[in-house]
Design a protein around this ligand. Structure first.
Ligand code: 5RP
Length: 260
């Protein structure tokens, strides 16, 4: 791995702990004005001090994030579909030159293994990896789950391993029973979990705790943080699990006391 690639990865996955808390706010690229992200800067600014990286599109970053913000960017460069249509029909929406102009620390696309446009999304990933390798920019592959795709270890392990084989540098997938098998399928490639739909805070914290104890290097969490009744308390609690190895109930106290 070249110096630039290693340097960018270490801006995201902190060398002190080998772990990371990514904040995902790229939902608008297929969901439009997602609850909590209508005024993206109002939501994100208070959370930035507690995030190790921000996953976002180029349009959102230019509209709602100050260029002076001190946060590594994981740039969402795939899209082309919406919640109204077949989700797997994605293309690459942002060229590598624009990612470089934005000073992205990583680029990301979704891969829909089992989806109608599976091959197209694997092809998207392979193009990103070629560009990323050329310019020293790591690629985070999201194992997306469409409407009918199973969230279980056999399927997520298959999807994650395909992304590893295509050359992804970080895998983002979903937590599931037997999650250790998914991590194992990825070899030395670091794995983070998505939060998924909003759950009660304690459940989301327990999931984060289970994921890191099963070998994930952290989370790339969105709705379970920014749709919480205390987004700052929630990201602080997630951080305590990921970086300080706190248990879920200890982290829950951090979230609870943030509301007082
Ligand atoms: C969609 C994504 C989103 O960034 C991510 O899944 C959203 O995070 P969360 O599920 O925690 O709200 O990659 O494919």
């Amino acid at each position: 791995m070249n110096w630039g690639m290693k340097n960018r990865i270490s801006r995201i996955i902190k060398p002190e702990t080998g772990r990371c808390v990514m904040l995902a706010v790229d939902h608008g690229y297929f969901q439009g004005p997602t609850s909590g992200l209508l005024n993206l800067s109002e939501t994100v600014e208070p959370l930035l001090p507690y995030a190790d990286a921000l996953m976002i599109t180029r349009g959102a970053i230019r509209n709602w994030i100050e260029p002076t913000a001190d946060i590594p960017i994981i740039l969402r460069v795939s899209g082309g579909q919406s919640i109204l249509k077949e989700l797997s029909n994605e293309t690459i929406t942002t060229c590598i030159e624009d990612a470089i102009r934005i000073n992205a620390s990583a680029i990301t696309c979704s891969v829909y293994v089992g989806g109608e446009y599976e091959k197209q999304t694997i092809d998207n990933l392979s193009k990103l990896v070629d560009d990323g390798e050329k310019y020293g920019i790591p690629v985070l592959a999201v194992t997306a789950v469409g409407k009918d795709m199973a969230r279980e270890a056999r399927y997520l392990g298959l999807a994650s391993r395909i992304c590893v084989e295509i050359g992804a540098h970080i895998i983002k997938t979903y937590y599931t029973e037997d999650f250790k098998k998914v991590v194992e399928a990825c070899g030395n490639v670091p794995v983070v979990i998505a939060g998924g739909k909003k759950q009660p805070e304690m459940d989301a914290l327990q999931m984060a705790c289970n994921a890191v104890s099963d070998g994930a290097v952290g989370v790339d969490m969105g709705r379970n943080i920014f749709q919480s009744d205390s987004p700052v308390g929630m990201i602080q609690a997630v951080r305590a699990i990921v970086h300080e190895k706190k248990l879920a109930d200890e982290a829950f106290q951090i979230y609870e006391s943030s509301k007082k």
